[in-house]
Design a protein around this ligand. Structure first.
Ligand SMILES: [Fe+2]
Length: 310
């Protein structure tokens, strides 16, 4: 365990001297009797698209209260925590970050954040202001993380948080890709990880999904800004390891997919159809994954919001 991952572990376990910047620490004990990770409950909420209009802070408070009541062992936020950071100046989206932080505080435990495309701030401002030299800087400083990809040991599992967004100079503006630098880091970290340690990956853009085949046709390919284009390269790195679960966001639908020994979850969206109700049958919600011997249980839960977007 590196010093930095140990520090994070201690912070997660509530043992570190320095308090987390985003709320009280998570519980110090996890339900991991027996096999490592078995029984661990992970709350996964994604695609909040925090903003201040249409009473959405009320919705976020309700979602936070529901997530908090789950008393999960680990809470992960899957990205797109605010809306439209990518094309906005930092000052424009500052109130959205405040709205998101309010939600995270209300959840009341440490939340592991994943970067989404909307969370890049001033990557391509549309108001004529200069582009940021480091569009991830606001995410890092606001959420108190050193890096947008990292490894966290928690409750007998090893969590790999990936940064799956690559800014592009074309009409798509970005695409899903895990950078060469991350692939090298992943290889190093996995080289130090025993093959029987249960691994969970959290990524904003999906590594695997049937969404485009279900909605557009079996022979249709997903656009490069909707999935991780080098997914096979990423998954291959885990081939000698015990990758039990991949938590994904971005598509705003609730999807459960099993490929070989890994369960892939696309976790719906707190904002549903961008605060307009349900999207392809997935209402505003979040989910809870429970690790069981040889399988993962996933339950998507709505929190009773009726869209007020005008
Ligand atoms: Fe999103």
């Amino acid at each position: 365990m590196t010093i930095s991952t140990r520090r994070r572990f201690l912070r997660l376990a509530g043992l570190a001297g320095a308090a987390s910047v985003v709320g009280p620490p998570a519980r110090a004990a996890w339900g991991t009797r027996g096999r490592p990770g078995v029984g661990l409950r992970i709350a996964f909420f994604t695609d909040v698209h925090a903003r201040t209009e249409w009473d959405t802070p009320v919705a976020m408070a309700r979602a936070a209260s529901a997530i908090s009541a789950e008393k999960a062992d680990l809470v992960i936020a899957g990205g797109d925590l605010i809306t439209d950071g990518f094309q906005s100046a930092a000052a424009t989206v500052a109130p959205r970050w405040q709205a998101y932080l309010e939600m995270q505080r209300a959840i009341g435990v440490r939340v592991e954040p994943v970067l989404g495309n909307h969370d890049l701030v001033a990557a391509r401002p549309e108001d004529g202001s200069p582009a940021s030299a480091d569009p991830r800087a606001v995410f890092r400083s606001t959420l108190g993380v050193d890096r947008t990809w990292r490894v966290v040991d928690a409750g007998g599992i090893r969590l790999f948080v990936l940064d799956s967004v690559e800014v592009a100079d074309d009409e798509l503006a970005y695409r899903g890709r895990v950078s060469a630098e991350q692939l090298a880091w992943l290889g190093d970290e996995l080289g130090r990880t025993d093959g029987d340690v249960p691994i969970v990956v959290a990524t904003h853009l999906p590594l695997l999904t049937g969404f485009y085949q279900a909605t557009e046709g079996a022979a249709e390919a997903a656009p490069a800004n909707r999935v991780v284009v080098n997914n096979r390269e990423v998954l291959e790195l885990f081939s000698e390891h015990h990758l039990v679960l991949v938590l994904q966001g971005h598509l705003h639908v609730n999807e459960l997919l099993r490929w070989r020994d890994t369960t892939f979850v696309t976790g719906g969206a707190v904002c549903g159809k961008w605060w307009r109700g349900a999207w392809h049958g997935t209402a505003e919600g979040y989910g809870v994954a429970t690790l069981r011997p040889g399988r993962v249980e996933w339950e998507y839960r709505t929190y009773g919001w009726e869209a007020r977007r005008s």
